[in-house]
Design a binder for this molecule. Structure first.
Ligand code: Z5A
Length: 212
């Protein structure tokens, strides 16, 4: 049986991931592709408990290394218990964030040395990575305004503009390192225009994967 494809959706604060994931699901359904939707940090009961630890606002400072290690602990569980088994059964997997977010947030935003994150990636995942990544990109000033209209902010959402500028730079560095995997989506435009770009890129990826 042909293994499924692992696709991820990434981006900084307020880029519209949640809104557009529903659109990605509708495209896969139209194409008759069986898929599993999951998210990080989280995706399994154990990893979701780690997510709660990570997102909760607290008085104690959380060290950047502790944060990074917990992201990868949750990911190890998620990959072993959910993502790889689904792919092996031929299902596609849509990931709402994955390792690129650790490079962008903990590398870019928190300033952890890139090479140390690469070591952790290698240790935890070896060569396992998404086949295709939609990166929604918007000026963080616009993204933060959009996100401000939602409910209570979590431990990441309370960060400042400089942090989110560094997150964006982190994502750009990931694209530069592996350009073929990414489809860069300009998320500053209307939702309709964003979805037009997603549709073009995703259908092209589906076509390529059918030819493999
Ligand atoms: N994190 C990390 O640090 N390291 C890691 O390795 C991983 C994660 C895996 C939780 O992630 C946090 O974990 C995340 C990074 C960190 N923190 N932050 N920030 P999450 O993915 O669960 O949380 P999120 O970033 O808040 O995702 P989200 O809920 O999908 O947010 P969103 O991208 O902002 O999506 P949205 O709610 O669809 O859009 C926001 C608003 O904008 C909403 O009102 C929409 O109606 C509106 N919108 C969307 N598109 C448009 C357009 N085109 N025009 C106008 N308005 C729009």
């Amino acid at each position: 049986m042909k293994p499924g494809q692992f696709i991820t959706i990434e981006g900084g604060e307020g880029v519209g991931k949640t809104t557009n994931i529903q659109f990605v699901e509708s495209l896969l359904q139209q194409e008759g592709i069986e898929y599993l939707l999951t998210r990080e940090p989280g995706g399994t009961p154990f990893a979701e408990e780690i997510r709660e630890l990570l997102l909760a606002k607290r008085d104690e400072n959380v060290s950047s290394d502790a944060e990074l290690l917990l992201m990868f602990a949750a990911r190890a569980q998620h990959v072993a218990e959910k993502i790889k088994p689904a792919l092996a059964k031929g299902s596609w997997v849509i990931g709402d964030r994955f390792t690129d977010a650790s490079f962008a947030y903990q590398g870019g935003g928190r300033g952890i040395d890139w090479a140390r994150i690469e070591q952790l990636e290698q240790w935890t995942l070896q060569s396992f990575k998404p086949c295709f990544t939609l990166l929604l990109d918007v000026d963080p000033q616009i993204g933060m305004q959009r996100a401000a209209n939602r409910g209570e902010l979590d431990r990441f959402e309370i960060e400042n503009l400089e942090f989110f500028n560094q997150v964006r730079a982190g994502y750009q560095r990931r694209v530069a390192e592996d350009p073929e995997r990414f489809a860069l989506i300009d998320a500053s435009v209307s939702l309709e225009q964003v979805q037009e770009q997603i549709k073009t890129q995703l259908l092209a990826f589906i076509k390529r994967s059918n030819q493999d």
